[in-house]
Design a protein around this ligand. Structure first.
Ligand code: GLC
Ligand code: CA
Length: 517
């Protein structure tokens, strides 16, 4: 059985997790110190944000050297030790692969930007004249001696790697099967194999849909590139697992990815579930007084889930390093129920570090390393309520980012000690998931109660019934509402949940898991 079937991931932003040497920045040895914490929570996988050599203009998503880790996190040997220590505890590690662009300080780019470029002349996308436009793409002019404009994928410091164009209209564009486009893909294969040979278990793949430029609207050409890369890598490392930042499982999973994320795109089903970022007054489904019902999520999620369940996993996240932390939108009780929902759905759930202890979104923080509004979700992990939050022995002024000024109730030590805390809820639901085959990825999913306009909802996973009441009002769910005759036992609940004489009585903001007899 594929280990992803019972995987539960923990995302680590390495600069902010745990500092072991007192320089104020998290590092590999710090993560090693805290592996037992991750294990105790019940996670058996880690996704670690980029940890490679970088000028950090986009927090490491601007890679200067794919095969060397950033000195601030330790050495390549320290990372290898992290793999070994994680494996000892039954935890797998996915590194973050950035295949679409590099830093403008990468050796390939330094060569390609010269007036007379050498071996890497076509590793990036350059027009053939210093003036004008790069057709519909974002181009940067005037920064290099080369007579041309380079195309960027994200920030100006992140030149796009050349995987070719599907419909070539200019002579400076490469075909998708040109030697230079193939060479870029081969270089990425090489990077992947390098880290897999050192003990990595796979990759989270950044902007995975960004490779081939227009008019690859249906992404069929990008998918073709991935099919080749992934089959090449899996030939040697069949155990490697990959999750794409794509949010189109109908494209990404058949292309060979094992998992895809449902992402925080304003107004999509996932956004409406926990955040509702497009509204002036956010009112996500899991907010007590929301007028929304679960269909706002399901109408987006279910068709994609159903179309792709045989080819891979469509994964739900509590948040990530790009999203506002969910605590900004939902109170602690709402989050308990919301996270319990995420953790009982198919796919492999991903918990963003600190979400399990209720860390806040520090909205007002000035931008750090290209974080902008994302910076507030990247602050140091709150291990305890001491001056330094147990993050580092450095002077607080030297911390990578400031810690929250109010740590009460929002630190690991306190959360772990308190019965019924958010941390303990998350931990218990992960344990429940692992103890019940029906809750794992391959268990089936049947939304039996999803009535328009009705706040409470219910779904079956095999022989389990899960009922959720996100509302501030109590409700009654009749057995006939959820198409069952009899329940045998209550397996888990949050808030007041009682099954009695043909109905389930649910208090405000509650969640229950029952065995069906
Ligand atoms: C992805 C990353 C984000 C980064 C961007 C450019 O969206 O998650 O943090 O800034 O790609 O690499
Ligand atoms: Ca450090």
């Amino acid at each position: 059985m594929d280990w992803l079937n019972n995987a539960c991931f923990y995302e680590i932003y390495p600069q902010s997790f745990k500092d072991s040497n007192g320089d104020g920045i998290g590092d590999f040895n710090g993560i090693i110190e805290k592996l037992d914490y991750i294990k105790e929570l019940g996670c058996n996988g880690i996704w670690m944000n980029p940890c490679f050599d970088s000028p950090f203009k986009d927090a490491g998503y601007d890679v200067r050297d794919y095969k060397k880790v950033a000195a601030r996190y330790g050495t390549n040997e320290d990372l290898e030790r992290l793999f070994v220590e994680a494996h000892k505890r039954g935890i797998k590690i996915l590194l973050d692969l950035v295949p679409g662009h590099t830093s403008d300080e990468h050796e390939w780019f330094k060569d390609s930007k010269k007036a007379e470029p050498g071996e890497f002349k076509d590793r990036y996308i350059w027009t053939d004249f210093w003036y004008g436009e790069a057709r519909n793409l974002r181009g940067i002019a005037g920064m290099a001696d080369r007579n041309g404009i380079y195309v960027v994928n994200f920030f100006a410091s992140q030149p796009a790697l050349n995987y070719g164009f599907l419909n070539k209209t200019e002579k400076w564009q490469s075909d998708v099967d040109s030697p230079e486009a193939i060479a870029t893909a081969d270089a990425m294969c090489d990077v992947m194999k390098f880290w897999l040979s050192k003990g990595a278990d796979g990759f989270r793949v950044d902007m995975a849909d960004s490779l081939v430029k227009f008019d690859d609207d249906d992404k069929s050409a990008t998918c073709k590139v991935w099919k080749r890369i992934i089959s090449e890598v899996k030939k040697e490392y069949p155990e490697a697992r990959l999750v794409s930042e794509w949010n189109r499982p109908r494209q990404s999973l058949p292309a060979g990815f094992d998992m895809d994320f449902m992402l925080n795109w304003t107004g999509n089903g996932y956004d409406l579930l926990l955040r509702d970022t497009g509204s002036e007054k956010p009112s996500p489904i899991f907010k007590k007084d929301s007028k929304r019902d679960i269909n706002d999520f399901l109408n987006d999620y279910l068709p994609q889930y159903e179309d792709t369940r045989e080819s891979g996993r469509y994964c739900l996240i509590t948040g990530n390093h790009d999203t506002d932390r969910v605590s900004y939108y939902l109170d602690e009780d709402e989050r308990k129920v919301a996270f319990a929902f995420l953790l009982t759905m198919p796919g492999a759930p991903f918990i963003y570090y600190g979400d399990e202890i209720g860390m806040r979104y520090m909205k007002e923080l000035p931008s750090k390393e290209g974080g902008y509004t994302r910076t507030g979700s990247r602050t140091p992990m709150q291990w305890d309520d001491s001056e330094t939050a147990g993050f580092s022995t450095a002077d607080k002024a030297d911390f990578y980012l400031p810690i929250d000024s109010d740590l009460r109730g929002k630190n690991a030590r306190e959360q772990m000690a308190k019965e019924g805390s958010l941390y303990n809820t998350v931990k218990e639901v992960i344990a429940l998931r692992k103890a019940n085959e029906d809750l794992l990825d391959n268990g089936n999913l049947d939304f039996v109660l999803r009535e328009q306009g009705r706040r409470e909802f219910g779904f079956k996973r095999g022989n389990l019934l899960i009922v959720v009441n996100p509302s501030e009002k109590a409700c009654t769910v009749d057995y006939s509402d959820v198409k069952i005759k009899q329940l045998s036992e209550k397996k888990y609940s949050i808030g007041d949940v009682k099954a009695d004489k043909g109905a389930i009585e649910m208090g405000p903001v509650s969640f229950g898991v029952f065995a069906i007899s």
